[in-house]
Ligand binder design. Sequence first.
Ligand code: SAH
Length: 262
Amino acid sequence: MSVSRLFIEADLAAGVEVALDEAQAHYLRHVMRREEGASLLLFNGRDGEWKAVLSLRGRKAAVAVVEGRTRIQAEEPDVWLCFAPVKRARIDFIVEKATELGVSLLQPVLTQHTAVERVNVDRLRANAIEAAEQTERLSVPEVRRPVELGRLIDQWPAGRRLLMCDETGGGPPIAGALAALDSAARTAPWAIVIGPEGGFAQAELAALRRMTDVTPVGLGPRILRADTAALAALACWQAVLGDWREPTPRLSGDYRTARSAR
Ligand code: SAH
């Protein structure tokens, strides 16, 4: 049986009792059928990961009694994904997979050829939390409200580099382009920018290329759908500039104990 891993907002420390929200309590009690004393893992994006035990309250509520820390909060890559919203199943896919791939922030962007304009940000946030719980991240990526491309460009944060995925052949192949960056660029915060299914308009491509700190790149000879392009670019970025350069960590003793109940 797997240990349930939950994202919570509260501070985490040994001995603390964390009230679980209604959905979490329902999930643990009635979906997973967890009983009094069941092992849990908790994280909040600030205090690392903690082992806790479930304590049932009344017929519906539950608290988690925090025991010891299983992982220290570590610094994570600062890489945003700016993408044009797509239909429901595909946008859910982007959020889930980008969270697994370690994205730090998801920014839906409205462009001239964006087909989908209504974005259910609350659903995307819930997807990001669920994916972070599953993938054993120590943080949940922020999900921003959609913004027009022009406004995003106007308000672009100084120093954040853009990896612009350009299917029109405007950039060199991604791996070589990333490997050739100087050390200031390699350690800077980044954002990956992906166009809509209809592609960027000419004026949008020009505006993006005029930005300081932009690196246009190609993702090979095939036209990828926006969701595929986003995840392919993120994987390349993690491999060349991000935390895929680190060896996969061996699990510590405590961590393994928490997991051995699987
Ligand atoms: N409508 C366009 C395709 C857009 S694909 C056309 O038919 O020509 C959606 C987005 O994915 C693009 O804007 C780009 O950001 C990215 N993309 C897809 N394939 C790519 C490739 N081979 N190289 C770089 N970016 C790509």
